[in-house]
Structures are given as structure tokens and as C-alpha cells.
Design a protein. Sequence first.
Length: 421
Amino acid sequence: MVVYNNSITVLGSCGGVAKAVLAILNKTVQDKSDSINPIIEKSLIHLVDKREINQKSLAHLYPNLRNQLVVHQFDLIDQSTLMEHLKKTNTTVVIDVSWADTVEMMQCCNNLGIDYINTALENPFIDENEELYEGFGLIERIRHLEKYKDEISNAVAIICSGMNPGVVQWMTFELQKEVNDDALLACYIVEHDTSFFKDKCKAKKNVIYTTWSPECFLDEAIMSYPMFMSQRTPLFLYEKVYDLEFKVNLGDKQFFGCLMPHEEVYSLGKMLNVESGFLYKVNDHTTELIESNIDDLDNLWDFEMEVLDPLNAPLEGEDLCGVLLVYKDREKFMYNVMKNEEIFSQYQTNATYFQVACGVYASLAVVLMDKIEKGAYYVDELLKNTTNQFGNYLTYYMKDFVIGENNQSDGLLLERIKRKR
């Protein structure tokens, strides 16, 4: 009989990121070469969501974990119930992939000395009062977080650890090991996601399809102003995100991406004191749908939205995500690209969710295995200010990276711009 002496709680367990994390841990628990195997095989994993979790589905998707998964259904707005749960289960790590308030969840963990990992900043008050924050939702969430971030002193909190934000900060640090930092002009996070139905007939005309939360995507794509950082200051263009495109050259891969606000843009721009921005291109179907309704945003919000889930219909395409470092007369880049068909065959999820889960796994391994000074860290702060094995943990599941150099530069953002109208 196995004695479980550790507990991990996953908040927002019905979502795609949680399922991808479980898919990795389903491998971990039977892989003796995995760094955290000895801990995970002796851990209960508590799954919390306000929606009902299908236990039969869990046993089917994660057979190696079937005896370790415990389901709980309650709303995270009820913090007293959450605190009671964390105490009762003797939880040592919380993985938060929910839409609950980031600061409140982190404070609950800090009060109990429980380590905390999340993937993005959430604040329901800002979301529900968009008339107060219209166009500036992300920077307001960041400002709210930073009022309380330094108060975390009784636990380790790794904030915004997915693919981007998260893994891309590690890529930036890896590239910088090889170059003269003083010459760096800009750091751009770049993503080109071509994921879509293998059978194009599955796509319905007026449906917004994305590989992660369509609501969160639209918050960046149509409810926000394009944001970048310069001289450690967030700057905004008074334009619609999809009216502008910016050139990205990654050797034999080129595309034009839209400039969208993102957490790592702020943290990297602040740390490196260079221009930073996130340039993102999604599938053509959703791009064309947004462009054709760009002057009627209410209409877009009324459209049906759907996550591209390979469990519902086979997907093709890939998600490329990486960083582009810009110098006066050259550029260096590093990216990871994952194909949906390959990821689904091994993990039963899409490429985007698996990339995010790799970042979560790396941070989970850090809090389980490395002795980190208590406090709250963005991933770039974790890498710079602590001794850890984040990169070694990350590359156990995310193995393939492309590193290259352009022998000329396309310049800063305003030199890369292409206006659509």
C-alpha cells in the first residue's frame, strides 16, 4: 500500500492548462529518470474547480495517476473554503490556473506557508469593471499585483510561469549568455500559431477559434491598446491591435504579428531596460474574422467561441514561440515549435497547452527540488536572483529549440510596422 505524504492542489482543474499539466505528471509518476518522480509518486493531487469534474474522464486520460487524484468542487471566491481545504489536505504547493484573483490566491498560500505557481495575472474586479480600465486591463492587473508582491515572505511564489510568460524569459537568458548585453536594443517575444482543424469543414463561419481561452485572447486582441516597454516604461499606441502588424524574421521563418500586451513584456522590459513587446499571429480563420469586424467589437464578443481541442476534432499546424533579440546590425533568436499531431499522440492535448504546461512543470520542480529564498518572483527574477535548475527541468519535456542569427536587423518596433488600413 502506497503512503502519500505530500499534497499538491490544482486550482481551475477543468481548464486546458490543468489537463496538460496532469498529462505531464501522468508521465512523471512512472519515469524514474524524472527529477520529481520520487515526490510525485508519493503525492495526492487535489483538483479544485467550481465546475463538476468528470472522474471517469480523469481515469481514462491519466491512468497512472488514477489513485492519486482527488476531486473537489467549490468556487474560489469562497476563500474560507479554500483555506480550510489547504489546511485539511496539508497542501504544500498550489498550481493556480484558474480565473480567480491572483493576489488573493497568493496571499492565502503565503498565510499558510504554501508555495504558489500560476501562469497569468487575473483580477475579476478589473475584468468586471471594464469601463474603468478599458484598453489598459493588463497594466492595471500588474500594478495591483505589485502593490502586494513584496509582502510575500512566508512562501515561494513563482508568478506567470507558462510558455509566455515563463519559458520565454529563460530563452532570453540563454541567448544573452552568448552576446554582449550592452549592445542589446530590444527583446521581442514572438509567436506564430497555425493550429487549426485538420478537416477544414469542421470550422463554422462566425466562431472564434483559439488554442487557449478565447475570452482571454480577445481581451488582448480587441479590448486592449498595443503595448510595449521602453526605458522601463509601459507605452501604448492609440490604435486597434489588428490595424497594425510588425515584421518578425527568424531565419527561414518569417511572419507579421500583432503587438499585444503581455506580462513578460513588462517584466523583461523593466529588468533589461530595452524596448520589449509581444508579436503574435494566430490562425487565419480567427485573424480574418477579427479584421472583418474590427469596427464592431460588440459583434465579435457576441460570436461563439471555441478552444481548438484535439479531443473534439483532429488538429494540424503548430505553435512556434520564442524570443528575438535585436542589435544595431544583427538579430539573435531562439524558439520552440511543437506540432499538434505529435503532441496529441503523446499527451492528448494541443501544442499550445503543452508548451504552457512545460513552464508550469519547470517551476513545480524548482519549488519541490531547489532551495529558493521565500518571496514572489516573475520567472526572469527567479532566474536572475536565485540558484535553481529551471532550465534542466524545463528541457526534460521541452527538448527541441532552434537558435539562429540574422546578419541584419529590421530595427525597433516602429521601423517594423505595417498598417493594414
